[in-house]
Design a protein around this ligand. Sequence first.
Ligand SMILES: NC(=O)c1ccc[n+]([C@@H]2O[C@H](COP(=O)([O-])OP(=O)(O)OC[C@H]3O[C@@H](n4cnc5c(N)ncnc54)[C@H](O)[C@@H]3O)[C@@H](O)[C@H]2O)c1
Length: 340
Amino acid sequence: MAKKIGIAVIGCGRIGRVHAANLANLTGTTLTFVYDAMPQAAKKLGAELNAQVADSVEQIFADDATQAVIICSPTPTHIQLIKQAVLAGKKILCEKPLTRTLKESISCMDFVAKHKAILMVGFNRPYDPGVYALRQRVAKGEVGNIEHVQITSRDPAAPPMAYLKLAGGIFLDMMIHDFEMALRLLPDKPVALSAMASAITDKAIGKIGDHDNAVVTMHTAAGATCSIHNCRRAAYGYDQRVEVAGSKGMLQAQNLHEDNLISAGSKGFAQAPLQHFFLERYNQSYRTIVNTFVAAIGGNKKALEEVRTTNGVNAIYLAEQAAISAKSGKTVKLKLPYAD
Ligand SMILES: NC(=O)c1ccc[n+]([C@@H]2O[C@H](COP(=O)([O-])OP(=O)(O)OC[C@H]3O[C@@H](n4cnc5c(N)ncnc54)[C@H](O)[C@@H]3O)[C@@H](O)[C@H]2O)c1
């Protein structure tokens, strides 16, 4: 039997708890440590999973049984932790977005390349079973020449204000997922972007200079278009849909419901509510992300192709350009930092 890969989790909040629980249960991995800057959070998770709690990140980086780390701490902490992990020879899966700015991300990419390290960014959408199937069928040409990509992402509710203050704004924190997806699905690179944004679901979000409702449109050199809508509130649950339309037809990855029953009566049709939020909807994706990361560490060619982070950095560029466009009210011309 192949030896299990030892992986530690840094940051034991919403997403760290998911990855740590998966590592403890996946066949190819062992959870070596959990660590959090707030010791109580790490102790609680360590007790739940019967995992060792590290006193510091240095303890993790010095541990020979830990080959890789998953960085699940707030976005501003990512760059420093990635660089420390690279120097310690660890493979890295880092939560999205890679860093708070494009400048930091490029510096991170250069550092990773210089040290020939493995770095994957934890985008969940591409590994959702419905979206994964859509990606493969689009790649096989099922919709013909792609004319339009439409992405809807609405959260049931905003995260806590403490999280939002560190998150970097709706384009970097939330729409980053959709930019990364659009870059995977569009037939060629986007060359122009236009954004509008407002704070209408919670005025407190506007007071910290952020938005909770945003729309972006883009077009590529060949003329394909893309539209993305994000909102931090959806009274009907977590709304996640991706649609690709082309010369031969259309493919749509739909929402997932709590169950797949449909009832019908004299008043019409009814369905169970949507799966509540990302923890439920992308449950399978988080396991696939870790399995892909582990396969890449093992040298699997397809997985190594998947973990390339250039798309994730181009998505940060698009997020920054969207913020500029929303502020100025003008369409911006695009030049992605990574061509491939
Ligand atoms: N891919 C996804 O689906 C997804 C979903 C949510 C969040 N995220 C990303 O994951 C990251 C964390 O988000 P979250 O929602 O779990 O946040 P969170 O606030 O719930 O948890 C963050 C945890 O990190 C800890 N922490 C703070 N500084 C630290 C440090 N220097 N070292 C170690 N731990 C530290 C905090 O005490 C907290 O427990 C963010 O970058 C966010 O964008 C990704």
